[in-house]
Design a protein around this ligand. Structure first.
Ligand SMILES: *[C@@H]1O[C@H](CO)[C@@H](O)[C@H](O)[C@H]1NC(C)=O
Ligand SMILES: *[C@@H]1O[C@H](CO)[C@@H](O)[C@H](O)[C@H]1NC(C)=O
Ligand SMILES: *[C@@H]1O[C@H](CO)[C@@H](O)[C@H](O)[C@H]1NC(C)=O
Ligand SMILES: *[C@@H]1O[C@H](CO)[C@@H](O)[C@H](O)[C@H]1NC(C)=O
Ligand SMILES: [Zn+2]
Length: 445
């Protein structure tokens, strides 16, 4: 039994230990003790089945050497910025609030196109920390190459290294694709980066311009396949085979847009006088529309749009729970989702795309790819489908870092890992502290 005089000393010791446990980087370098690195690659608009009607020897080999999911599901709002940000934060769109590709302000009517938002922190930084910052705060070195959101600051912190794609930059230059691979691999091998996210704008562009069934889409998938082959070789040349885990995924799929003028096109102004009824709108953006009714006009707007064909209109607050959009403060009060393959137009048919996304994430055409390989992944493992929100905790596990609060779960991906610890890891520091605590409790008691 400890004397009363000693008790404060024990308590002080305990506080110090607990404080250390809370502030120390809590990384247990499990396995062989070698440091693991992670490369996340996103090919924009890579629909889940794009590799099924094209010869893709490298992607096929990847499936044998690693993990392939049958498909994965993007969050509702099947659009580039919202979906990429869910992947890198593990949070639903209503939480991270990147609710469109365009930055907008419903009060001022300001609208900023996607590429021009990439350095606008006020659009991205809404209190949810992306993986780069979380990893940096735990002592890792991270970088983003063209990945959406990588060019912003979060709570005043920038990503250690960010290359941001300029507006108008061509997306399909294969030589450049290879150079970008060489660049990011040298960041790992020569500069000791731990996490790099790499983004490619294809096959999205081709899917929009030509439609998913066009031969050009197959050609760009062959180009991606060659790039995957190049990546495998380059990883070996950089000496990263044993330490680099790679995840290849996307942000949404693509569907053919129906093109019979006056039959398939939805012109919303035919159903409601937009000028009179709405104070803000983004409607000429494929299958997903948003609108702020003028004061007192909400019911009228909803009723008018309920009569329009080929779409579903939602009051933001009444959207299905599974959308995970209703809690968003940014999203305007009225959300319109067109039926698969239909476009929304406000006043005129301005739409030229032959393919698009933004539709319901339950549609198979909106599903996307997931591949993974590297030292921590099983070989020849076919995973059941899961939601992309679950990629985040997987990445935290691979990097051995603590995750922020998130909406994902390791449950869906743990099976694809070679050493599946099961459940959250406990750091050695916490174990030590607990043992000391229990020991001292018995002394004090
Ligand atoms: C991020 O913060 C740094 C340092 O405060 C600043 O120089 C930079 O312009 C900021 N970048 C963005 C995109 O806000
Ligand atoms: C593709 O990129 C390479 C390397 O940056 C450049 O030399 C070449 O001119 C580009 N090709 C086209 C068609 O833009
Ligand atoms: C790295 O892995 C690739 C793909 O499996 C293989 O072709 C290559 O020989 C390996 N390189 C080294 C240096 O082990
Ligand atoms: C998503 O995660 C955040 C942070 O843990 C939590 O506050 C929120 O309620 C979660 N959302 C859902 C739908 O569970
Ligand atoms: Zn797109």
């Amino acid at each position: 039994m400890a004397s009363a005089r000693l008790r404060p000393v024990f308590l002080l010791l305990l506080i110090i230990l607990l404080a250390r446990a809370a502030t120390k980087p809590l990384r247990c370098r499990s396995g062989v003790g070698s440091k693991k690195r992670l490369l996340l690659i996103s090919f924009d608009g890579f629909r889940w089945d794009y590799d099924q009607d094209v010869d893709t020897p490298n992607l096929d080999r990847l499936a044998r050497d690693g993990v392939k999911a049958k498909y994965i599901t993007p969050p509702m709002l099947t659009m580039t910025s919202p979906s990429h940000f869910t992947t890198i934060t593990g949070r639903w769109v209503e939480d991270h609030e990147v609710v469109h590709n365009m930055m907008f302000n419903t009060q001022t009517n300001q609208k900023v196109p996607h590429k021009d938002t990439l350095r606008r922190s006020e659009w991205w930084d809404n209190g949810v920390l992306p993986l780069w910052i979380t990893a940096q705060n735990q002592g890792l070195k991270t970088a983003s190459f063209y990945y959406p959101g990588g060019g912003a600051n979060y709570s005043g912190q920038a990503v250690n290294r960010a290359v941001v794609e300029e507006s108008g930059h061509p997306d399909d230059n294969e030589t450049e694709w290879r150079q970008n691979i060489d660049t990011v691999l040298s960041w790992f091998s020569k500069e000791d980066f731990d996490l790099v996210t790499l983004y490619y704008g294809e096959p999205d562009n081709v899917g929009h311009a030509r439609g998913p069934d066009h031969p050009d889409r197959k050609a760009i998938i062959r180009q991606i396949d060659r790039t995957v082959g190049y990546l495998r070789d380059a990883i070996g040349l950089h000496g990263l085979n044993a330490t680099l885990n790679v995840i290849i995924t996307s942000d949404h799929g693509m569907t053919t847009v129906k093109k019979r003028p006056l039959v398939d096109e939805i012109v919303l102004n035919k159903y409601l006088n937009l000028l009179k009824m709405a104070s803000f709108e983004i409607l000429d953006y494929g299958g997903f529309g948003i609108l702020t009714p003028r004061p007192g006009k909400e019911q009228e707007v909803l009723e008018a749009l309920a009569k329009a064909p080929h779409l579903t209109v939602y009051r933001k607050d009444d959207m299905p729970e599974s959308f995970h959009l209703a809690r968003s403060g940014r999203l305007p009060p009225v959300v319109i989702i067109a039926d698969l393959g239909f476009n929304l137009n406000s006043r005129f048919i301005v739409y030229v795309n032959k393919g698009d996304h933004g539709f319901h994430n339950g549609e198979m055409d909106m599903k996307m790819i997931f591949r993974a390989f590297g030292p921590d992944f099983k070989k020849n493992f076919l995973s059941e489908p899961f939601d992309s929100v679950h990629i985040y905790p997987l990445m935290c596990r691979l990097l051995n870092i603590w995750a922020e609060p998130n909406n994902g779960s390791l449950e869906h991906t743990a099976d694809m890992l070679i050493t599946s610890h099961g459940g959250p890891r406990t750091s050695p520091m916490i174990i030590t502290t607990t043992v000391v605590f229990v020991f001292m409790s018995t002394l004090i008691a």
